[in-house]
Design a protein around this ligand. Sequence first.
Ligand code: GTP
Ligand code: MG
Length: 227
Amino acid sequence: MDDFKVEVLPNDFNTYDLSFKIIIIGDSGVGKSCLTLKATKDYFEEYYSATVGFEFFTFNVKIDGKYVKLQIWDTCGQEIYRSLISSFYRNSSLAMMVYAIDNMDSFDHIGSWLNEVKTQSSPDVKIFLIGNKTDLENKRKVRKDVADKFALENKLDLCMETSAKSGFNAKNIFIEAAKMLYAEHLRFKDRASKGSLGGNDVKLPQPQKLTAKRIDGEEEKKKKGCC
Ligand code: GTP
Ligand code: MG
């Protein structure tokens, strides 16, 4: 992958050149919210509180001299809300499918999450497979090589393990996402400038081109979903 220099910016940084939407999916309790919280606010919550609908977070980086904002939609994994999630995929540039390494069922269900991503998102969506809770190594049920094989067979874009509790790779998965989406954006621009796009039939991640837009607490609250 292109080796861009990436600087992580404060959570409330409000200027950006490019913005991409990322959706976090996976079974209830695998740690989607904790992982997002750890990456964006460096905070870990021991107490489990199920997400209802979705929660909105941002992760800001400076990459290759450009300010990039990731809009992260942390969704609810509970079965009863499953039909709701389908409406959250719209305009996503990347989907992170999360399982917990100590929970075999959560990995077995990844196939069905992948089907959902493929049917609900655009064909060019990037897909990551994330195995969370590596601090529970002594309770591991899902081997890393098995997850890697699944990722390879299904042509996923990245397979990585994390721990929201220890912080292992929590920020890195979003840094990798920013690098990949930015690189894809450059490729798209390059192809467009060479006139090889052939009209509107080529669909590559189209970031929202926005400048100096403020996403403050109030706006974030408005964007929060509820059921
Ligand atoms: P839903 O919102 O219901 O879909 O669940 P979720 O995937 O968002 O799970 P959440 O982040 O709320 O975490 C569920 C439980 O797992 C909580 O009790 C967390 O403290 C715990 N947890 C999350 N990440 C980790 C981790 O990396 N290690 C350990 N040991 N526990 C974790
Ligand atoms: Mg949650």
